[in-house]
Design a binder for this molecule. Structure first.
Ligand SMILES: C[S@@+](CC[C@H](N)C(=O)[O-])C[C@H]1O[C@@H](n2cnc3c(N)ncnc32)[C@H](O)[C@@H]1O
Length: 272
């Protein structure tokens, strides 16, 4: 982290960086599409919001290319601006890779956006998950990857995401619960008091960039309190059992609960 949040920093547009970012971006959209296949949700014609897209909007564009309603929306507390010298080459490269893979519809959307900019295809919303500048019931599907761990107020975000999701609509949130200061010791931040952790998190150039002390089960509970039905929560990565149990002993927690390092939470807003 430099002197500005990551999304506002200059971007590396060397061909190696573009190749890496294109492959990553395609993978994010592919990941979202895979999450849907685990549910009865249907992407075709669905109104989609990608929360916290990061420096590029590849995930949302990928979903547009796979049949989401036009435009797709993105929302970020620090909304990354379009940069001709980066996003043009990036989306052109995504398009070429997808065309070579026989994915013509997605390739076309990336090529169009590379040529025209976000224009009418992307609705870019400047606002955090806690306070989204859109009408209630606007989206059939909301996706996020590695975002919920950076929120300021999880309870407010759960209520706000419930508000903007249409009845019967879906939320898919993959969250990284590790202490981002050192992935080798992913639970060490739990040893700090919540007051100390908050002070440290707010003192950063990009506040809350180190992740969250909230655990997977607690975030799921906040979304349930906001009114969502939990469709499922997959635990994707767990901390070493011995390390987790040492930390749990020190803070008086359940080692199995604090062990979850990455989870995919799939939620549905009830129809009525
Ligand atoms: C680790 S990046 C993940 C980017 C992207 N989703 C990915 O998978 O590579 C976290 C993103 O969440 C955004 N973010 C941080 N706090 C947020 C908030 N309160 N509401 C919405 N987005 C937020 C950041 O600006 C950044 O774009």
């Amino acid at each position: 982290v430099g002197s500005a949040p990551t999304n506002f920093a200059e971007l590396d547009n060397s061909s190696d960086a573009i190749e890496r970012d294109a492959l990553y971006g395609i993978q994010v959209g592919q990941g979202y599409a895979d999450w849907i296949t685990n549910t009865p949700a249907k992407l075709a014609g669905g109104r989609v919001l990608e929360l916290g897209p990061g420096t590029s909007y590849c995930g949302a564009i990928g979903l547009l290319g796979r049949g989401a309603a036009d435009p797709v929306s993105v929302a970020d507390r620090w909304l990354a601006p379009w940069r001709d010298n980066y996003h043009g080459p990036l989306y052109t490269r995504c398009s070429k890779l997808l065309r070579e893979a026989g994915r013509a519809a997605e390739a076309k959307v990336f090529a169009d956006i590379a040529a025209e900019g976000y224009s009418t295809r992307i609705q870019a919303l400047s606002g955090g998950a806690e306070n989204l500048p859109v009408e209630s019931n606007s989206f059939d599907m909301v996706f996020s990857n590695a975002v919920l761990e950076h929120l300021v107020d999880h309870s407010a975000a759960a209520r706000e995401l419930y508000r903007v999701t249409a009845p019967g609509g879906w939320n898919f949130h993959q969250t990284d619960f590790r202490d981002h200061r050192n992935f080798e010791r992913p639970l060490d931040h739990l040893l700090m008091s919540s007051k100390e952790w908050l002070a440290l998190s707010e003192a950063q150039v990009e506040p809350h960039c180190f992740g969250t002390q909230l655990r997977a089960h607690a975030i799921a509970a906040l979304f349930a309190e906001a009114g969502f039905d939990t469709f499922t929560q997959y635990h994707i990565e767990m901390a070493d059992a011995e390390y987790a149990s040492r930390i749990a002993d020190q803070i008086g927690s359940d080692p199995e609960q604090i062990r979850v390092l990455c989870s995919l939470l799939i939620l549905r807003k009830p129809l009525t």
